[in-house]
Ligand binder design. Structure first.
Ligand SMILES: NC(=O)c1ccc[n+]([C@@H]2O[C@H](COP(=O)([O-])OP(=O)(O)OC[C@H]3O[C@@H](n4cnc5c(N)ncnc54)[C@H](O)[C@@H]3O)[C@@H](O)[C@H]2O)c1
Length: 306
């Protein structure tokens, strides 16, 4: 299958590219390297270093004639979205509108879209949060990802586009940017390997759902054939506190530097984890990498690559 992956030089997108290539598909990547890295892109995939808004993107659709588009390109930092909400609307909302309508126009069979479970629902009325939970994002990032979902839905209703939306929990694993604005596992791993103190926001008892990037990539492989018209949570159904992540990473790295404590993050959701039962029913997907194993694989990768 010819598959175009936007954002394929980024953390999650690059694992999706690897997984598609491993299945024997032909893969091209569109990425403007805003946060992505050329080194993340598998040598068997051709990288077009362009913006999803550019005219060249249309050219890639025309020339490559993708059967599936997997859309991962985005401004993915909640923190940055607070400073520049309009940028998120342009990249995540407008960018997804562009990809959805280009895909429809060029006869793409399906678009798979990386949405967010962690930043979409707002403060949960109940945990685990299922897909029927009210959608009340607390950040411009979460809202802009929702706008992307709605454009796909519009293209489906008006142009007959097929799509699957995957709403990820907090992803972690190899290649996550340790200098980025998000991703506590990567940030702490980077600091622990340099024996620098980690700063825990607030009391560290806030609990999130951490899903290993390899499990996410597998959901994207299954979604090539299943889950049409669905928006599906992709998480572990389990909450883990920042303090527990810190302890697990100290065990894995051998670092013993005590943590610092900072103020709680404004707008941070205190407790959220996702119910992914529907992904189980529709895709036959369940996460298989336990947190301790995912953390040791992540630390191993950072040791070898920093
Ligand atoms: N990391 C998470 O925990 C998480 C959770 C839920 C959803 N997501 C979603 O998954 C996707 C990937 O996130 P990530 O964590 O790998 O982030 P990332 O920043 O590593 O990946 C995003 C990629 O998109 C590229 N990009 C950004 N703007 C672009 C543009 N205008 N044109 C072309 N390329 C552009 C970047 O260079 C980067 O390679 C995003 O859509 C994000 O919203 C991530």
């Amino acid at each position: 299958m010819r598959i175009l992956v936007t954002g394929g030089a980024g953390f999650i997108g690059s694992h999706v590219v690897d997984a598609y290539l491993a299945e024997g598909h032909e893969v091209r990547v569109i990425d403007n390297l805003a946060t992505g890295r050329r080194a993340n892109v598998n040598a068997k995939a051709r990288l077009h270093e362009i913006d999803i808004h550019s005219l060249e993107t249309d050219q890639v659709f025309r020339e490559f004639r993708p059967e599936v588009v997997n859309h991962h390109a985005a401004q993915a930092s909640v923190k940055l979205s607070a400073a520049d909400p309009q940028h998120d609307l342009e990249v995540n909302g407008g960018g997804t509108a562009r990809i959805a309508f280009l895909a429809a126009q060029h006869g793409v069979r399906k678009v798979i879209y990386s949405s967010t479970g962690g930043a979409l629902y707002g403060t949960p009325e109940r945990v685990p949060v299922d897909e029927g939970h009210p959608i009340r994002p607390l950040s411009a990032y979460g809202l802009s990802k929702r706008v992307g979902e709605l454009y796909l839905d519009l293209a489906a209703r008006t142009q007959g586009l097929a799509f699957t939306i995957l709403r990820y929990a907090n992803a972690y694993g190899p290649r996550q940017d340790p200098h980025g604005e998000a991703g506590v596992v990567a940030i702490f791993t980077g600091r622990m390997l340099r024996h620098e103190p980690c700063t825990i926001d607030g009391d560290g008892e806030q609990e999130k759902d951490y899903v290993f990037v390899g499990d996410i990539a597998r959901a994207n492989v299954i979604a090539l054939e299943k889950g049409e018209g669905e928006a599906l949570n992709v998480g572990t159904g389990r909450g883990t506190s920042v303090n527990a992540i810190f302890d697990a990473l100290q065990r894995a790295t051998g670092d013993t530097t005590p943590p610092l404590h900072g103020p709680p993050r404004p707008g941070d959701v205190r407790r959220i984890w996702l119910d992914s039962a529907r992904a189980g029913q529709v895709l036959g997907w369940t996460p298989v990498v336990p947190l301790d194993e995912g953390i040791s694989r992540t630390v191993e990768w950072f040791r070898a690559n920093s």
